[in-house]
Design a protein around this ligand. Structure first.
Ligand code: ZN
Length: 274
């Protein structure tokens, strides 16, 4: 999965640092495409030395000894050898540690650029110097990063798995998925989403693993569960174009192995699911 980067180490703890020399600076354009250069299976990002100077640059995280900063801007800069690329296009083309850096930087870029002004008093917000937050110097409002919780659900029925394809966007096999509403538990999200999308009642809901998914600003939480009673699928055609019970040998996995969804389908296919 995208977070499986061993032996590399990802350090997301906030630090109040300024970029220097070889530090990487991540730029996005207005379309949310990232400025990179491919080098074998590595992604290269512009360095501080080669990038235009700006006050709107904030420290993000480190991967091993490499420090990453973000340019909080939508102004498109150009640098020789680098080009803007869609994040989805990078799937399966580079090392997980580079992809995790790109996806996580995107999540933070979306949050910083969506929160430029105070929602209480409309003053321009400033970077906090002590934590990952934006602060309003006029009214004292503090805005923390937003992460959307969402569940991924593998519903099983004996030797079959409930496999779906989304109506829009990603066009490979997937599982039932959906966002948690305010006021419900993750297990309640599981039961509600499976019922809404496929009309199936579930039981025996068990947590599996979680996954940061910055490209959609999510934390994905994976669950296995079983169909309870009637297994007739009633498809929500607004959300899905396909939902079917598939036997283990009929399940076609995704073309890359970065997603929690794919790992859960693979675990079932190989009879290793909990
Ligand atoms: Zn304010």
């Amino acid at each position: 999965m995208i977070q499986d980067i061993e032996p590399s180490k990802f350090d997301i703890a906030f630090k109040n640092l300024k970029p220097q020399g070889a530090d990487s600076i991540i730029f996005f354009n207005q379309k949310g495409e990232i400025l990179v250069k491919a080098a074998g299976d590595s992604l290269l990002f512009p360095t501080a030395k080669d990038s235009p100077k700006s006050k709107q640059i904030i420290y993000l995280f480190s991967a091993d000894e490499k420090r990453f900063f973000l340019a909080v801007t939508q102004d498109e800069i150009s640098l020789e050898g680098f080009s803007y690329q869609e994040l989805r296009e990078l799937r399966g083309t580079c090392r997980n540690v580079d992809l995790l850096a790109a996806f996580t930087a995107y999540h933070l870029w979306r949050w910083y650029t969506d929160n430029r002004f105070c929602g209480k008093c409309a003053e321009k917000l400033s970077f906090s110097e002590t934590e990952r937050a934006l602060v309003c110097k006029k009214c004292g409002n503090t805005i923390y990063p937003r992460i959307n919780p969402a569940v991924i659900v593998a519903v099983t029925k004996g030797d079959s798995l409930l496999v779906t394809r989304y109506r829009n966007g990603y066009n490979h096999n997937a599982l039932v998925a959906g966002f948690t509403e305010i006021g419900e538990t993750l297990e309640q999200t599981v039961a509600r989403e499976v019922m809404e999308e496929t009309g199936i009642k579930v039981k025996n809901i068990r947590y599996y693993k979680s996954q940061p998914w910055g490209i959609a600003q999510d934390i994905l939480v994976g669950y296995f569960c079983e169909a309870d009673g009637d297994d007739k699928i009633r498809l929500d055609e607004n959300e899905l174009k396909f939902a079917q019970w598939l036997k283990r040998d009929e399940i076609e996995l995704q073309p890359d192995s970065i997603s929690l969804t794919n790992e859960m389908m693979k675990m079932f296919k190989e009879r290793k699911n909990p």
